[in-house]
Ligand binder design. Structure first.
Ligand code: ZN
Length: 251
């Protein structure tokens, strides 16, 4: 999971969302959830609100439309962080909308929600929380671990199925592929081949599971990098710390 900055919407889109929320607020409480579902599926909402909201989320997402939960690319749905079934009035609330792959949205998370015991959610919200404080991605295995003592981290791993199926294997592959591209980029730089530098940069930016590159860049400058990268090619670690490359990858 990658920390994200939520963008401001155009005043036109913001007004549309407010108008829809006001319409929902005007419906009887007992009918509100059902009404929210119907409104979300309305053809005009799909055209005038859903598509522009999804476009905004895609510009916020790293890589090639990375899922804001699992990090895989080509995410294709708008997810309600707090499900419609739990709080219908947040159906059209911009801070409640995230870009998600259909596996996270429809197979794992669905309408699950758990409060943190105060007013927030137990799920990590990458637009509000810093995921690194809750989730630790093990580069060699591709598995996520909760940061010690973080209930949010563990709940997020469980509810989004971050370690389910072939996801760890795909992240492990992304880590190996990243190492190859880092070295390929450096070779191209040393030999003055800008086209090849761009090719490797494009592969690193757009490869599936952008969370792997993000975690590697973060860990490379952490206090315990020496222990984390003990089995890693020292050249790869040096490149993860290369200022020019970091500036290009941490856009
Ligand atoms: Zn996902």
């Amino acid at each position: 999971m990658i920390k994200l900055v939520r963008q401001r919407l155009s005043s036109e889109l913001e007004s549309s969302l407010v108008r829809l929320t006001q319409e929902l607020a005007g419906t009887p409480i007992a009918e509100r959830i059902e009404h929210a579902d119907r409104m979300w599926d309305r053809r005009t909402v799909r055209r005038d609100v859903y598509r522009p909201v999804k476009d905004e989320l895609e510009t916020m997402a790293p890589g090639l439309d990375c899922c804001m939960y699992c990090g895989n690319h080509m995410a294709d749905t708008v997810d309600h962080f707090v499900p419609k079934s739990r709080c219908a009035l947040r159906t059209f609330y911009w801070p409640n909308l995230l870009l998600a792959c259909s596996t996270c949205n429809s197979r794992f998370k669905r309408d699950q929600h758990r409060s943190d015991g105060l007013v927030g959610s137990l799920l990590v919200d990458p637009t509000r929380d810093d995921p690194i404080e809750h989730l630790d991605l093990q580069l060699e295995s591709g598995l996520y671990r909760a940061v010690e003592g973080s209930k949010k981290g563990q709940w997020t791993i469980d509810v989004c199925g971050l370690n389910e199926g072939k996801r760890p294997r795909a992240r492990e592959g992304a880590w190996r592929s990243l190492g190859g591209d880092l070295k390929g980029w450096a070779r191209a730089r040393d030999e003055g081949r800008p086209d090849d530098m761009r090719f490797h940069l494009w592969r690193m930016r757009d490869q599936p599971f952008a969370d792997v590159c993000y975690a590697a860049l973060h860990k490379a400058v952490s206090e315990n990098a020496g222990a984390i990268f003990v089995d890693t090619d020292p050249h790869v670690l040096a490149l993860l710390r290369d200022e020019e490359l970091r500036a290009l990858l941490l856009l």
